[in-house]
Ligand binder design. Structure first.
Ligand code: MCA
Ligand code: AMP
Length: 490
């Protein structure tokens, strides 16, 4: 396989990464990441403490150059989830920015700092550009590149093993669909421990030889500033586009900046048609949607040269086979804009396995096709419309996938909770909002919503905290004793 990042190998002096006032060219990145790669080469696996900073990007690229599988870790992960991730993936080393205090389970591991002014190149020169040291040979296409943790309906998150082949295939399919070139300058503010922000948002520009400016934290003024000073593309989750749509009426500079962009891309959840239309009305530009999943990377997209159509996720990407199947498992032949089936996909973009979970890996496939759990219809011209998902116990909030069962288990451990159920409710900003339904142990002294949110946040990732808590005397159950979640409505 050719190198994952040809521009690094070629020592291009064009800009590559910018985080606030820190920036690196491809050549500088090659030097810094190459030096770090030399120090981690041979490790079985490394964890990266994935703050939204330049050091995270350098650490991930170093691991990929060294051929060492990398586990990005959400720095806002609570104790239980972090313990699971570290125990399950057993990294030999952790890469983090200098000075960052790590939780005990990671602090026990050997640590390398990723700071740009601290990483030294082969000649011991701190943080200076120079001729790139020769990079290690490219590992095999099937070698694992990243292990990204993703929530299921029940149980702890699963580690999705993504081979180098899948990363290259998905980024090259997006090059084709989006006419993505080295001239593109991407702006985004996505977290760097998921596929969207890390693989598309950082590795994507690096593979193209282009550049990315990361905002650190999402704010519409940062988007406006970057798009009016050379950035060409914006990636975001629907919550970010919703906040943009809300701000547009009172912010002509934002409208002008978006009008000038080459491509506005939304993904990770459905962008409501209302927000599509508001953005189009203020800017004359149409946001395009693409559809992906941690296990499959990207499956479909509205093409840059295709017709934008709100409410659709476009057509299958090059190399991706997509079928809809009915409840008997039979493939649906119709492209009629109304027959609903589960999306199944096949192609070079797919993951290899769930780490240490052969049972879950086997269950995820149907005769070589990956079952996404997403329900969709197809328009006569092949455009896919996602209409729902099979599992009611999966919540998408702010673009994060969250399993209800994991939160319920943590809530049940709170001494003030007798029974607990978690649901997702429609939310204008977040798509869905996490709601906890609680039967308190003592009716006259229920735990407060803040207390329960803090309890969940201490054990799981901070985005898994319930935003609303509702108190009941008993949960609705059927004759079998199973909680009837559909009866839980606000
Ligand atoms: C949040 N806050 C809370 C609670 N929840 N406080 C108390 N109780 C709660 N229950 C706090 C936050 O910690 C924050 O505090 C403050 O509220 C407001 O936060 P803000 O950042 O404005 O918004 P947010 O609502 O927390 O987050 C919105 C977001 C975020 C920025 C859009 O959801 C986000 O970054 N989403 C991206 C998800 C993503 O990348 N998904 C990709 C996976 P403080 O200010 O103190 O922190 S999907 C994927 O990869 C596939 C392949 C795909 O297709 O893309
Ligand atoms: P994750 O497992 O966190 O990678 O999230 C993947 C899921 O996000 C998919 O299975 C879909 O349900 C959802 N998703 C991603 N992109 C879109 C989109 N453009 N429209 C609707 N849902 C999406």
């Amino acid at each position: 396989m050719s190198p994952l990042f040809p521009a690094l190998a070629a020592g291009s002096t064009r800009p590559a990464l910018q985080f606030g006032d820190q920036a690196l060219s491809h050549a500088e990145l090659a030097t810094l990441a190459g030096a770090l790669a030399a120090r981690i080469a041979g490790a079985p696996r490394v964890a990266v403490w994935a703050t939204p900073t330049l050091g995270t990007a350098v650490g991930v690229v170093a691991a990929l150059l060294a051929g060492v599988p990398v586990v990005p870790v959400n720095p806002k992960t609570g104790e239980r989830e972090l313990t699971h991730i570290v125990t399950d993936s057993s990294p030999a080393l952790v890469l983090a920015e200098r000075g960052v205090e790590l939780p005990p389970i990671l602090a026990e591991l050997a640590r390398l700092d990723t700071d740009v002014d601290h990483v030294t190149d082969a000649t011991g020169v701190p943080g200076e550009a120079g001729p790139a040291a020769p990079l290690p040979a490219e590992p095999s296409p099937e070698a694992p590149a990243l292990i990204v943790y993703t929530s299921g309906t029940t149980g702890p998150p699963k580690g999705v093993v993504l081979p180098r082949r899948a990363v290259a295939a998905t980024l090259d399919a997006l090059e084709d669909a989006w006419q993505w070139t080295e001239a593109d300058v991407l702006v985004h503010a996505l977290p760097l421990f998921h596929v969207h922000g890390l693989i598309l948002g950082i590795l994507g520009p690096l593979r193209r030889g282009g550049s990315v400016r990361h905002l650190g934290r999402f704010a519409t003024d940062g988007v406006a500033r970057e798009l009016s000073s050379g950035a060409t593309m914006l990636f975001g989750v629907p919550t970010m586009y919703h906040r943009i749509a809300e701000a547009l009426a009172g912010d002509p500079a934002l409208a002008k900046a978006l009008t000038g962009a080459r491509l506005l891309v939304s993904g990770s959840a459905a962008l409501p048609v209302h927000d599509h239309e508001r953005i189009a009305a203020s800017t004359g530009r149409r946001v395009i949607e693409r559809y992906g999943m941690t296990e499959t990377l990207m499956n479909t997209s509205v093409r840059a040269d295709g017709e934008p159509r709100a409410g659709t996720v476009g057509v299958p990407l090059a190399g991706v086979e997509l079928r809809l199947v009915d409840e008997t498992g039979a493939a649906i032949a119709a492209y009629d804009g109304e027959t609903v089936g589960e999306i199944q996909v096949r192609g070079p973009n797919l993951f290899t396995e769930y780490l240490n979970r052969p049972d879950a890996t086997a269950a995820a496939f149907d005769d070589g096709w990956f079952r996404t759990g997403d329900m969709a219809i197809r328009d006569p011209d092949g455009y896919v419309r996602i209409v729902g998902r099979k599992a009611t116990d999966l919540i998408k909030s702010g673009g994060y996938k969250i399993g209800a069962g994991e939160i319920e288990n943590v809530l049940l451990e709170h001494p003030g909770v007798r029974e607990a159920a978690v649901t997702g409710e429609p939310d204008e900003d977040l798509g869905e909002r996490i709601v906890a339904w609680i039967v308190p142990a003592q009716a006259d002294a229920p735990p407060t919503a803040e207390e329960l949110a803090a309890h969940v946040g201490a054990q799981l990732a901070s985005h898994k905290r319930p935003r609303t808590v509702r108190y009941l005397e008993a949960l609705p159950r059927n004759d079998m004793g199973k909680i009837m979640k559909r009866a839980l409505r606000g």
